[in-house]
Design a protein around this ligand. Structure first.
Ligand code: TRP
Length: 347
């Protein structure tokens, strides 16, 4: 694959601050790929609203937090185009076209959606918009003609749904949409929560946020889950399944030291507190430049607005072209464009 011509689309649901799990699962890949590929980052506010319709202020605030987090980890607005989903109404029209190509039964069987519905306790009262978010995400992905979609494992069924829609659309209406592929993060990219659960999540209250100040990071680390079988520092400890070591694997720049610590922990020669103190330092050091860039950006609100507004305008042009092609492929008379042109002549 010619990376320079490869289009990448990733997206975040703005529902709160991004955390270390987002970093290992998605952001690190974005930073790495930004100089090689054409990268769009979609801030999916309409998708975030599908399960927050009664709390829109959460979404509108988180839009700026998520943009700041992305810039803070080192995404360069000169290279990456940031797009606000609600600023591209053409995505909604693409969604409308695609909704006819999936069945209700299929959406209900989507493992990701199913799991999220279970977590939220929706049952039969799932908002239709939420059930259909994979279709709107298919519009995101195809609208930008994305070749690659870097996502965590949990989003694979959503990308697979996109691929099915593309296959169906192209076979009914002729070759029109770009077939995209999911790109998985490296093995071990999924970070456990501070409570030892398999996933770090804002709603699970087990996350260390990229914007957490040092004091909060230390506090969260010192109260982390470790090895429940270990009563004293002299007991042999378990490294596997111990989130403290998972974090050291992911963030300690000195991996030799991590190996030594693991050996000492297994042998019962180092206590939990000492390992945690070390991890707290590693994380505070890792987050320091991120915090600095964030503060720098926060002071430049006008530039922040410009980044999102100009990126959205640019993204909108791309999606509008895809929509035009899609409508033409379906064969609907292209009245809307001509009408818009004649209206602008009148007013
Ligand atoms: N569903 C994704 C998530 O939960 C967010 C998202 C929206 C997305 N649109 C996208 C991801 C397009 C990749 C491509 O994180």
């Amino acid at each position: 694959m010619d990376l320079a011509k490869t289009v990448i689309l990733t997206g975040d649901r703005p529902t709160g601050p991004l955390h270390l799990g987002h970093y290992t699962g998605a952001l690190a890949n974005r930073v790495r790929l930004q100089s090689q590929c054409r990268t769009y980052v979609l801030i999916a506010d309409l998708q975030a609203l599908t399960d927050n319709s009664d709390r829109p202020e959460i979404v509108s605030q988180a839009v700026w937090e998520v943009l700041l987090d992305n810039l803070a980890v080192g995404l360069d607005p000169e290279q990456v185009t940031f797009v606000l989903q609600s600023g591209v109404p053409e995505l909604a029209e693409l969604t409308q076209l695609y909704l006819n190509l999936v069945t209700l039964a299929k959406l209900q069987r989507n493992p990701t959606v199913k799991e999220e519905m279970r977590e939220k306790g929706y049952g039969a009262n799932v908002p239709a918009g939420f059930l259909c978010y994979p279709v709107s995400q298919a519009a995101d992905i195809t609208g930008f003609k994305a070749d690659l979609v870097p996502v965590g494992e949990d989003q694979l069924p959503v990308v697979e749904q996109t691929r099915e829609i593309v296959r169906r659309f192209n076979s009914i209406y002729g070759e029109t949409l770009v077939m995209s592929e999911a790109m998985m993060p490296a093995v071990g990219a999924r970070l456990p929560g501070t409570d030892g659960r398999a996933k770090m999540g804002a709603s699970l209250a087990n996350a260390i946020n990229l914007s957490d100040p040092p004091g909060v990071v230390r506090e969260k680390v010192m109260s982390m889950y470790t090895d429940p079988t270990r009563k004293r520092a002299t007991d042999p400890g378990h490294v596997e399944g111990n989130p403290v070591f998972a974090y050291l694997d992911a963030f300690d720049p000195d991996q030799d030291r991590v190996s030594d610590l693991k050996a000492a922990y297994r042998a019962g020669r180092v206590g939990d507190v000492a390992v945690k103190e070390h991890l707290a330092e590693v994380l505070v050091d890792f987050l320091e430049p991120i915090r600095e860039r964030r503060t720098w950006r926060e002071r430049r609100r006008d530039e922040l607005r410009d980044i999102l507004f100009s990126g959205t305008a640019q993204g909108r042009q791309v999606v509008a072209r895809t929509l035009e092609k899609a409508l033409a492929a379906v064969g609907l008379p292209a009245v809307a464009d001509k009408q818009a042109a004649s209206i602008s002549e009148v007013v």
